[in-house]
Design a protein around this ligand. Sequence first.
Ligand code: 8YV
Length: 328
Amino acid sequence: MSRPAVLVARAVFPEVLAQLAQHFDVESNQADTIFSKPELIQRLQGKAGAFTTGSERIDADVLAACPQLRVVANMAVGYNNFDIPACTAAGVLATNTPDVLTETTADFGFALMMATARRMAESEHFLRRGEWTRWSYDMFAGSDVHGSTLGILGMGRIGQAIARRGALGFGMKVFYHNRSRLQTEQEAPLGARYVDKATLLSEADHLVLVLPYSASAHHAIGAAELAQMKPTATLTNIARGGIVDDAALAVALRERRIAAAGLDVFEGEPAVHPDLLTVPNVVLTPHIASSTLATRRAMADLAAQNLIAALTGGVPPTPINGELLKRA
Ligand code: 8YV
């Protein structure tokens, strides 16, 4: 019997390719070129599965042009690169990689928030420019993290992991806003308080965004929301580009309407809004919140397990549109 063919759309660990090669005829992209939509469609011809990352968009056009496709396995917890209703309508199982990146991503979110509050990037640039010639009493004075109010927009797994760090490690008061309120037993150990978005914006000393991207989350933080924040507050975005209106944020930073921002994700990344590159009070990182070797390997392994299970009659561990499995 011939083996299913799969496409691995971006470069990945050779060990993961080797796992896949035990089950499939694998076309891989170790050159790591970014496929245009026509090229992606062309490479998916005859493939039953695809191992994707956030850079491949699987939409109705791709699905219509690739009728043999049965599963798309994203090496990411976020899946806004997939049109899930279109996948489900086409009978294509979609999977993601939750849980394995939660703690690593929370570590990074907390670190970025701290670097932002304590002006680490701005002061490092100053030092590298050779401008540090003497001590002064208010040099790069930032704002305290310990004992301050942590605001979390999007209280899923990663949001809760950041809240734990803040409440238990840094004595922070935790306010959050989310589509749904947590159970009392989840809130209680963190002293987390569910508030409306306006209260979150006006009360947070450090606001961290951890919500998934959706059309309704587009520009959830724009000029109007930034205007509701304290002028001393910081904003950290480790969620997705497009949740923040980056142009409006650059204006707010330049005019010191908020103190500082830490950004790991950008609208239209890897392009970065040019005004963000020139304002001093922002820490910028290239979408690396989940990037430790151990976690990236765990993500790749989980995506591979999903692909293997889905195409060899097993049970994929982390399906997104799992209703397709029940139907089968
Ligand atoms: C990925 C992420 O590195 O998991 C996610 O949703 O944003 C990152 O961990 C990125 O999406 C590449 O697939």
